[in-house]
Design a protein around this ligand. Structure first.
Ligand code: DX5
Ligand code: ZN
Length: 305
């Protein structure tokens, strides 16, 4: 069967072994930057796959999970749910061997690599910045899920974009005045915008960012106070996840802090699908087993809902 439309794109991706999570990045990686609407046109107005039934058939391709973050894809194929993404937090890795630690996690089944950027001001800790992302990017094509715990996220957009970040998640607490500008700039740099909330911040504060004309594509619900790995999971934050999932069935909802075998089930049944886990993965004797247990819990909860 001749390959056409987005199947052609998949084919090219597989050939290049590129791991991609949204169509915008897909086209950037193929060297053909396009707008979202152009991508949709490209995908759905294909002459040989015009009917909804035919598009649905394409969606059954085993490669489709790469595209689950694409809103239109989910609308056309609601039974698929929101894909589980397991993101080991590299904060718990051996920073002196970051590239090999990243490769180890990917070979053990990680979907994303969670990168914690801290400025010593928004949080009382200082970690890595764009130069480290740039170095790591030379060693991997993986999705780098960057969590910006910084007071001035806008200052980081250009450097992080140039460095090769994939996701750029800023905190709502420091972006009330300029989130529209932030989201626009993040997208213009080919990154996927996300917004994070600290445990004490009401979830209502993210609604305008999810519902606006230029929305964020992920909400990160902090399940510990940001700043350090290895803290205790705060179950009271689960109400926020439940409320969000009910309101936005196809949104990527990430949880971060204290997640591991003993806490994943409560987060998964609340509706989280992107799971950040640092100490529970890196501290395990068999990290691959923890990654697969986290994934199974999310998938199991989705099947029961
Ligand atoms: C905390 C960071 C987390 C942290 C999670 O501020 O945002 O990503 O690394 O680590 P664990 O899973 O150990 O709580
Ligand atoms: Zn984080």
């Amino acid at each position: 069967m001749p390959l056409c439309g987005w199947m052609k794109v998949f084919h090219e991706l597989v050939q290049r072994k590129v791991q991609l999570h949204n169509t915008r990045q897909l086209f950037l990686n193929l060297g053909k930057p396009k707008s979202h609407s152009h991508v949709l046109e490209y995908s759905f107005n294909d002459k040989e796959h015009q009917t909804e039934e035919e598009v649905k058939n394409l969606l059954r391709s085993p490669l489709i999970p790469l595209f689950l973050s694409h809103r239109r894809t989910r609308l056309l194929n609601p039974e698929m749910g929101v894909a589980a993404k397991i993101a080991p937090s590299m904060l718990s890795s051996d920073f002196a061997n970051l590239a090999s630690e990243a490769k180890r996690m990917l070979s053990l089944g990680a979907d994303w690599l969670h990168m914690d950027i801290m400025d010593g001001h928004f949080v009382p800790n200082l970690t890595i910045g764009a130069p480290v992302i740039e170095s790591l990017r030379k060693h991997t094509t993986a999705y780098l899920d960057c969590h910006l715990m910084v007071t001035n996220p806008l200052d980081y957009v250009d450097p992080m974009g140039k460095a090769g970040a994939s996701g750029f998640t800023f905190h709502v607490e420091v972006s009330k005045e300029n989130w529209q500008e932030l989201v626009q700039k993040i997208k213009a740099k080919g990154m996927r915008p996300g917004v994070a909330v600290k445990p004490g911040t009401p979830i209502e504060e993210v609604y305008p960012l999810v519902e606006g004309e230029n929305p964020v594509e992920m909400v990160l619900v902090m399940t510990v106070e940001p700043g350090f790995g290895g803290q205790k999971f705060m179950p009271e934050t689960m109400e926020k996840v439940q409320v969000l999932r009910k309101k936005y069935p196809s949104l990527d909802i990430e949880v971060d802090g204290g997640l591991g075998p003993s806490t994943i089930d409560v987060a998964a049944s609340a509706g989280a699908n992107c799971i950040v886990a640092g100490s529970s993965v890196f501290g395990a004797s068999k990290p691959g087993q923890v990654i697969s247990l986290l994934r199974k819990s999310v998938q199991g909860a989705q099947q029961n809902n």
